[in-house]
Design a protein around this ligand. Structure first.
Ligand SMILES: [Zn+2]
Length: 309
């Protein structure tokens, strides 16, 4: 059965705290299981979830600050230790290739797992996955940083009762989907007559950035948006200076971009009470709001419904 959910491994920026591990997230999306930005301790955090190293199909790193990549050595070695039989793709900013090479070989190990190293070379780079398109967009941060989004193409959902009414069954259904129409007893039946549109779903991951066009490009119509809100509005000037977002800014992006479920994370350790992030975000965003906590799971919301044509 297909499953689309976010597993939160850690939610702290810069340094772990007693309550929060360094960053780290896993997106389960049908056959793809993507590890995003594994900070320090991600391998152990995985143990507390239902995700195993063998489940991973892909690793995406936004940039090479420690809280987004220090979990790579352990995770990569674990792939070999567990004899993961399938290749695991790895994406990261091409300018950070030297950091990646060091992290990958930070310690001696017997490498058996196959890593497919596919750096992001340019803004807007797209990677075709079986489940849709993974797209990287340049963000605004002191070092080269890319956010990611996964876009499933729009499709259609066949309506069994309408197919039955036209007497269409078996392989003919496949032909109708493929060709777009089918001749039945001298009458042409179109795909639109026996189906409803099925809007594709979108996931976006926006980490470590000041406000910029890339943020909006990634967030556009996301069903689930995971976005950094390192700071509260009281530190807005500092946030802009160091290339980060406030909870209020992140929430405004979500509201303006038609986001359905918003996950705020990557919190500065200076704030003790996570409810303050919710309070500031709520002033701008009235959709589903999640203040991320370690070792929790956030579902991708059910698909938008399209009315019957
Ligand atoms: Zn950073």
């Amino acid at each position: 059965m297909s499953m689309r959910e976010l597993v939160v491994l850690g939610t702290a920026s810069q340094t772990p705290t007693r309550q929060r591990n360094h960053n780290g997230y896993v997106l389960r999306w049908d056959g793809e299981v993507i590890l995003f930005d594994p900070g320090e301790g991600s391998q152990r955090q995985l143990l507390h979830t239902t995700v195993t190293a063998t489940d991973l199909t892909r690793i995406c790193v936004t940039h090479f600050h420690g809280d987004h990549c220090l979990g790579l050595p352990g995770t990569i070695q674990r792939l070999s230790l567990d004899r993961v039989p399938h290749p695991v793709a790895v994406h990261f900013p091409a300018g950070g290739a030297e950091y990646f090479a060091r992290l990958r070989h930070a310690a001696s190990f017997h490498e058996t797992a196959e890593l497919r190293v596919e750096p992001i070379e340019a803004d807007g780079q797209r990677i075709a996955l079986g489940v849709g398109t993974l797209e990287a967009r340049r963000l605004r941060h002191p070092i080269e940083t890319y956010g990611y989004r996964l876009v499933e193409p729009d499709g259609c959902r066949m309506l069994p009762e309408r197919l039955a009414a036209y007497g269409i069954a078996g392989p003919a259904v496949g032909e109708l989907i493929r060709v777009g129409h089918l001749d039945v007893d001298g009458r042409r039946v179109t795909r639109e007559e026996v189906s409803v549109p099925r809007p594709g779903q979108r996931f976006a991951f926006v980490m470590d950035t000041g406000l910029c066009d890339g943020v909006y490009a990634l967030a556009e119509h996301a069903d689930l948006l995971v976005i950094e809100s390192t700071f509260l509005d009281s530190e807005a000037a500092l946030a802009a200076e160091v290339g980060h977002l406030t909870a209020g800014q992140a929430a405004r992006v979500a509201a303006e971009s038609g986001v359905r479920r918003l996950v705020l994370t990557h919190f500065s350790q200076r704030y003790a009470d996570p409810a303050r992030f919710a309070d500031e975000a709520r002033a701008h965003f009235d959709g589903d709001l999640v203040i991320a906590e370690d070792l929790t799971t956030v579902q991708v919301p059910p698909r938008r419904v399209a009315s019957a044509g």
